[in-house]
Every structure is written in C-alpha cells, then in structure tokens.
Design a protein around this ligand. Structure first.
Ligand SMILES: Nc1ncnc2c1ncn2[C@@H]1O[C@H](COP(=O)(O)OP(=O)(O)OP(=O)(O)O)[C@@H](O)[C@H]1O
Length: 285
C-alpha cells in the first residue's frame, strides 16, 4: 500500500497557530454513537465469469444476451461496532486511510444512512447536520445558499440577511451566480463550509474544506470553528491533513477498516496513525 496522495503531513503547519490549551471544561454529551454498524448493499457487484476465471460457456452467454455481469447483491460492511461520546464544546478530528469509513461514519451521524445495528443519539436538531446533502450542483451558488440556509432552520428573510456575509466568507465572488457544478472542488468546499456554519449548529461536520482552501481561508475557518465551540457546539473535522487536525482538534478518532482503532488526544492519535501509514508504505516496497 502506498501513502494516499491526499495525506499531506507537511501541509502549511506554519500558517496554523498551535491549539491553545484553554483549559475549558467540556459540556454535557452532544452526541452518543452506540455500537454502530453500517452496511451498504451494492447491486450487481458480483465477479464476472466463474470462480476459475474462465469465460462462461456458449449456452450461458446466449442466455445472458451477451451481458458480462452476473448481478447479485454484495454487502460492504463500512462501519463495524463504533462507539464514542462527543461533548458540547469539543472539536474532534477523524483520520483514516482511503475507504476506512470516515465519510460513512459522518453520514450515519448526520442521519443520512440508517444504521444496520446500534444507534446514534444527537442532542438538539439533527437536521442541522445535513447541509451538504441538500445542495444541488445544477443550481447556482445563490440558490444553494437559500436551500442550505433553510435546511439549517433559518427563515428565508434570515438567509437573505446573511447572504452577503456567506458569500464574502466563501470568497468565491461572482461565481456565486454560476451553477455549483461549474465550481472547482475548493470553491465548492468553501461555499459548503460558509453555508454550513452560517447558523451556529449543535454539531458541525466539515469535510475537506479546510484542506482545499488557501491559508487565509483556513485562518478564517479556524476562527469560525472556535466561535462555534465557544457557543457549545461540537465540531467534527474529517481530513487527510494531520497538521490541520492537530491545529484545530483537541481529540481525534482513527478509523480503520470500519472500526475505531484509537480515540484520544490529537497529538497521540496522529503520531500513531502517521507511524502506521509509514510502516504500511515501507512494507509495500
Ligand atoms: N454508496 C456506497 N455504496 C457501497 N459501498 C460504499 C458506498 N460508499 C462507501 N462505500 C464503501 O464503504 C467503505 C468506506 O467508505 P468511506 O467513503 O466511508 O471511506 P472514507 O474513509 O471516507 O474514504 P476516503 O478517505 O477515500 O474519502 C469503502 O469500502 C467503500 O467502498
């Protein structure tokens, strides 16, 4: 296995200030994930041909009308028995190699995928979690600001009041009037972050927005994350940039093959994860 490209150990640590030890006591639990399992069912995921790798016979090919796939349902166990408690005022990083289950975990917490076993309990309004899910690539950024704002529980007037501020924060300028599918991944991520954090949510989940943004955007984002934590929100940050995670999150979860393998202070978890990836990379050479 090689180190996934996105893992950027050296990423811009200079422009990120070290995490301040503010010594603030954390609040009550905002989220409880209890023995969570998530299984995807994929239709048509079976191997082509038979187990020996030989082509199907003439009769089979005739009966299948020349189609090469044989259908069937395959299960992918993406999350296997994850449990943890998050508290108000906590910022939590989530690390793991590609395909380890980070996005699935976030989507399950957001209520976008049902658990196959176990449960997720969220204090407050879980609808605050799902902004990314409602945004539509075929609509302009402007329309998406309105849709995302409504999904956050704002009224249309409140969204209109905050519109300029959201666009300014995203820094995408006149591109706000283009369809979102015309945005670069960085521009899309910046607008999603600007919308998601326009109202103070109970639980804010951030994808790669901070990794794709430039130094100035990361600084602004960090200030906004700190403000959300100060108002007792919980922030999850999924990123391949360990420098960003260590700078923003006091605690980190390491997910591997769908399991939570480590949960603790960011410096310790990131160091262990870094050593693991380097060892894997060495073993594959
Ligand atoms: N919609 C889906 N249908 C079927 N399998 C899926 C689906 N989404 C993810 N998976 C599978 O679930 C597992 C976990 O994927 P997930 O996207 O959660 O990983 P990740 O850690 O977020 O990866 P990355 O770092 O590449 O974004 C993988 O094996 C993936 O193939």
């Amino acid at each position: 296995m090689s180190i996934p490209e996105e893992i950027d150990f050296e990423v811009d640590a200079d422009d990120l200030t070290p995490l301040a030890e503010d010594g603030k006591a954390l609040g009550s639990p905002s989220l409880v994930v209890d023995d969570l399992y998530v299984t995807y069912r994929v239709f048509g995921g079976k191997r082509v041909g038979n187990a020996t790798g030989q082509k199907p016979g003439v009769l089979k090919r005739f009966l299948s009308g020349g189609r090469t796939h044989v259908g069937g349902v395959t299960s992918v166990e993406a999350i296997k028995g994850v449990s943890f408690v998050a508290r108000h005022g906590e910022s939590i990083g989530v690390v793991g190699i590609n395909g380890s289950g980070k996005s699935t975990l976030m989507r399950a917490i957001a209520g976008l995928i049902p658990p196959t076993h176990g449960a997720v309990y969220v204090s407050g309004d879980p609808s605050l979690l799902g902004v990314n899910a409602v945004l539509m690539g075929s609509l302009t950024g402007e329309r998406n600001v309105m849709i995302g704002g409504l999904a956050l529980g704002l009224t249309p007037d409140e969204v209109r009041e905050r519109f300029d501020e959201i666009v300014d924060f995203s820094g995408i300028g006149d591109a706000i009037y283009l369809p979102m599918k015309a945005y670069s991944s960085g521009m899309g991520a910046r607008l999603r972050f600007a919308i998601s954090s326009a109202a103070v949510p109970d639980v804010l989940m951030i994808d790669e927005a901070l990794a794709t943004g430039d130094a100035a955007f990361r600084k602004k984002s960090k200030a906004r994350i700190d403000a959300i934590r100060d108002q007792a929100g919980t922030v999850f940050l999924v990123s391949h940039s360990l420098a960003t995670i260590e700078s923003i999150c006091s605690r980190t979860l390491w997910v591997h093959q769908g399991k939570l393998v480590m949960d603790g202070p960011s410096a310790e978890v990131c160091a262990a994860y870094k050593a693991f990836v380097r060892a894997q990379d060495g073993a594959s050479r």
